[in-house]
Structures are given as structure tokens and as C-alpha cells.
Design a protein around this ligand. Structure first.
Ligand code: ZN
Length: 382
């Protein structure tokens, strides 16, 4: 409840990190055992701090386990006022989301560590990682300094959704910014001297739509999605528009096909530029900038982390369900860094909305499953 009330949107995670540090120090952990990396310096957003990393030496010989969750919340959750009614927590502040995404995940990690410290529970070597800047394109996990992790072999990430949901894969996506430059001219007196950037954009988008590269994209057995999400341009009807800005995305679980969709988008705009000429034969120009937001991944169902997570959820009375996400998670980047990662929910619902709730029964189940994973006791049956 205290953590959800702390504001901490992406790049502004100092206050929530300090709260976690104070809880850990109060439980007897030396402050210098908690480290911060410099991921924020490699993020386009900048930001106050890097990822917070805590390494605990094991009391037993076993592969190191990493547990992670993201610290930041989306802007709508700034000013959240968590109120509990029965089994549900929501924000009572008007037009504010709760922020259980992902303070609940952060709390799963914190409660596991506090429980281990307080009860001196035996445990394998552990790395706890609280990532910054997840909500702005997975920047913290993407730029994480793996040197601080201590070579974990198994990884578990907590984020939104039901406590029994185990996400073993997620799609990958590109984002593309396109600036089309035409030639301005008087639309009434000399339209023939102009090159309309709006006409170019129109030709390109019609091309994508007519050839099956816009929206739900299916070519034989391959599939993905694309979307022209933003289009801006024009200032007056009596001027041939000389600049239009377009933003698109392309997603597919299949990296090759995702690249193909991206190429088709880029080619459509380059072709369209050549097809619109003024009376002197001049064309406009286009500049295109594409970035990979996150790489897709799909873990085999018998991956070690998946089996452990399934056993942990079962051990606390849940029925695990495997899922594949159509959006990015920190797990996309951790897996891309060479560490296969399963993600678990902790009872959040309607994330990023005013109506966000945290189900406390689900949250407690997530904490108990998290403790099983942290102590390597997932196989034990109560
Ligand atoms: Zn989240």
C-alpha cells in the first residue's frame, strides 16, 4: 500500500528505490550490498537512477536465481491513493490509476527477501533486480549492466496479470518514424509546381493496405501486424503541403517476417516519393528511422525456469497457465541478454487505467510462489 502511494514514473524512480533500500536496511542488510547500475545513462530518456541490484550469496550450492520486477509506473498512477475494500485495492484519487503495475511485482521481491532475512531461511544464490524505465520501451532491462548480476542461470520476472499466469514468450516490434518532404506552392495559382507530402503519404499507405502489409498481415504461414498510428501534416488548404510526419509499427513473433514487414513499409514510402512529381519533374524526399523496440522470444515449455515457476505456483495451490504476450516485457531483453526468463503476474488488473485494481488473494499467492522460488522449495508440497 505504501509503495503504490509513492509516485515514480519512468525516469523518476529515486523515491521508490529509496523506500526499498530503507526496508532492506531496516531488516539488517548492509546498505553497500545494494548496487545501482548506470542503465539510465544509456537510455534516451536519461532518468534519475539505474537498475537496483541486490546479490545474496547462497546458503546452499545451487544455480543462481534472478528475480526481477520493474520499479516505474505509468503517468496516470502519479498521485495514486490506494484504498482497500475487501479483497481489492484501487486508487481513490480521481482519474488516477493504482500503480499495482508494477509495485506489486516489486513487493513480491521485497517480501521474499524480508522473509528470508527475518526467518533465516536457506536459499540458493539470489540476484534481485528492480528495473527502471520499463514502461517507456523496456529501457532499464535493455541497458542493464549484467556484470552486477553474478551470472544467474534461472530468471523469474514479475509484472501484470493473474498470479497463475506464466508468460513464456512475447512478440517483438519495430517502431518507424517517417518524415516526408514535398515542395510547397500556391494551391490555386500553381499547384503544378508543388509536390504534396500528403499525396505521397496517401500513395504509400494505400499501397500497404492494398498489398496486405497493413493491419493483420498474413503471407502464407507467416503472420504479424503493422499499423500506421500517427499522421500529422498540413497547415492550410491553399498551400500544397510540404511536410508530413508518419509513425508506424511492425510486430511479429518471427524476427525474419517482422523485418520483412518493416522493409515493405519503408519501400512503400520510398516508391511513393518517386511517384509524385511536379511539372518540372522534381520529387519530394523521405527520411526514415526505424528502431527495434524489443526482440521476440518463446521459451520451450520444458525450460528450467518454466518448470520451476509451474511447480512454485502449484505448491501454493494455483493452477499455472502458460501464455504468450503480444507486447514487450523486461523478459524480452533479459532473454535476449542470454538468460531465458519466465514472467509471472501478481494480481493486477486493468493496468494503465483509472480502473486498475490489485486482487489481494492473487497478490498473496504470488508472494508465496515467489518465496518458494527464492528459497528453492518449489517442489515441496504443503
Ligand atoms: Zn508493467
Amino acid at each position: 500500500m505504501k509503495m503504490m502511494a509513492i509516485s515514480g514514473r519512468s525516469g523518476e524512480e529515486t523515491e521508490i528505490a529509496e523506500f526499498l533500500v530503507s526496508q532492506l536496511v531496516a531488516a539488517g542488510l548492509p546498505r553497500d550490498q545494494i548496487r545501482f547500475d548506470s542503465a539510465h545513462r544509456r537510455s534516451p530518456l536519461g532518468g534519475q537512477i539505474g537498475n537496483m541490484v541486490l546479490k545474496l550469496p547462497g546458503t546452499m550450492r545451487a544455480p543462481r536465481r534472478m528475480m526481477s520486477a520493474h520499479l516505474d509506473t505509468v503517468p496516470i498512477c502519479v498521485g495514486s491513493n490506494p484504498v482497500r475494500r475487501g479483497n481489492l485495492v484501487r486508487s481513490s484519487a480521481p482519474r488516477r490509476g493504482l500503480g499495482a503495475d508494477n509495485r506489486a511485482g516489486c513487493a513480491v521481491l521485497l517480501s521474499a527477501v524480508l522473509e528470508i532475512l527475518e526467518k533465516e531461511l536457506p536459499h540458493p544464490p539470489l540476484t534481485l533486480c528492480w528495473f527502471v524505465q520499463e514502461e517507456v520501451g523496456l529501457q532499464g532491462a535493455r541497458a542493464a549492466s549484467r556484470g552486477l548480476w553474478g551470472n544467474p542461470r534461472l530468471a523469474f520476472n514479475w509484472d501484470g496479470g493473474a498470479a497463475t499466469k506464466l508468460t513464456i514468450g512475447a512478440t517483438g516490434g519495430y517502431r518507424t518514424e517517417i518524415t516526408i518532404r514535398g515542395i510547397a506552392s500556391h494551391a490555386g495559382n500553381h499547384p503544378e509546381k508543388g509536390v504534396s507530402a500528403i499525396a505521397i503519404a496517401g500513395v504509400a499507405i494505400a499501397d500497404l493496405q492494398q498489398n496486405g502489409w497493413h493491419g493483420d498481415v498474413r503471407k502464407g504461414a507467416q503472420c504479424g501486424t503493422s499499423n500506421v498510428g500517427i499522421i500529422r501534416g498540413g497547415a492550410a488548404t491553399n498551400v500544397v503541403t510540404d511536410e508530413v510526419y508518419v509513425k508506424t509499427e511492425a510486430r511479429s513473433h518471427d524476427p525474419k517476417f517482422r523485418k520483412r514487414i518493416l522493409n515493405e513499409i519503408e519501400r512503400a514510402f520510398r516508391r511513393a516519393v518517386k511517384s509524385v512529381r511536379n511539372v518540372d519533374g522534381r520529387t519530394g524526399s523521405v527520411s526514415i528511422r526505424s528502431t527495434l523496440d524489443y526482440e521476440s522470444f518463446l521459451l520451450p515449455t520444458d525450460a528450467a525456469c518454466v518448470k520451476i515457476a509451474q511447480a512454485a505456483v502449484r505448491a501454493v495451490g494455483g493452477e499455472p497457465q502458460l501464455a504468450v504476450a503480444n507486447g514487450g516485457l523486461d523478459a524480452n531483453w533479459i532473454t535476449a541478454h542470454g538468460l531465458p526468463t519466465v514472467s509471472l503476474g501478481c494480481g493486477q488488473k486493468n493496468q494503465h487505467m483509472e480502473s486498475e485494481t490489485l486482487n489481494l488473494a492473487q497478490f498473496k499467492l504470488a508472494c508465496r510462489a515467489g518465496l518458494r522460488i527464492a528459497t528453492g522449495t518449489e517442489e515441496v508440497d504443503d
